[in-house]
Design a protein around this ligand. Sequence first.
Ligand SMILES: Nc1ncnc2c1ncn2[C@@H]1O[C@H](COP(=O)(O)OP(=O)(O)OP(=O)(O)O)[C@@H](O)[C@H]1O
Length: 253
Amino acid sequence: MNSFTTSTGTEIAARGEELHRGYRRAGSDIPVLRGVTVEFRRGTFTAVMGPSGSGKTTLLQCLAGLDRPDRGRIWWGPTPIDALPERRLARLRREQVGFVFQAFNLMPGMTAAQNVELPGRMAGHRPPRATVHQALDRVGLAGRERHRPAQLSGGQQQRVAIARALVSRPRILFADEPTGALDRTTGTRILHLLRETVDRDGATCVMVTHDPAAAAHADRVLLLTDGRLVTELHHPTARQVADALAGAEGGAR
Ligand SMILES: Nc1ncnc2c1ncn2[C@@H]1O[C@H](COP(=O)(O)OP(=O)(O)OP(=O)(O)O)[C@@H](O)[C@H]1O
């Protein structure tokens, strides 16, 4: 066993230790993360929940290397990333991390296939066409390669975004409210897809959500209140998540 495997030999996909992050507003320092320590085992699906403003997105952005904590350490697998220079971090991020956002963030003038290959192309190694087609096939979009985002439904656009995130086979997939802009049925399909990438492909997924029903698709739900992790639920029902969230919101008031 080393520090990147657990006592049962499970690999740690990412870990954050004593993360602190604050912002300056109107001349004073506002703490947002106040010492968060968390780890994500490979092949697991974690939902991050908490009241509005509790620091969920900030935590996700720090763990994903899109923002830097003021203090604390972050590892992707065995690699510490918090002190890396920006260019190295950007390269490692492209290689090791995938993102899915609430707003899909697709390029409207590009086809589905072009959107999926874009990050690789920007990094100077365009994925082979067959790989792009496989990624779209994997999310149920075979035959839609040449469609542009406006010709696809919201759920299909989010599938393209997931294919784009997964095409480079990232160590960890971060999703910030991936179903926030979708109706319940479409959102559920996206959650099944995320679940499947974890169960079938061995991906590791970390998802911020406000929705207890969405969180119930995860193996584990972390509850953040006021920049601290306060509760961890394992395989909870939507009802158990909602109750824990109501407790956290009551406590945060
Ligand atoms: N770049 C920034 N500059 C200043 N304040 C910020 C910045 N980013 C976040 N904050 C503040 O930090 C706090 C936590 O924000 P964050 O987006 O992480 O919370 P959240 O739990 O994801 O909230 P929500 O559920 O509403 O999306 C908020 O009060 C927010 O206004």
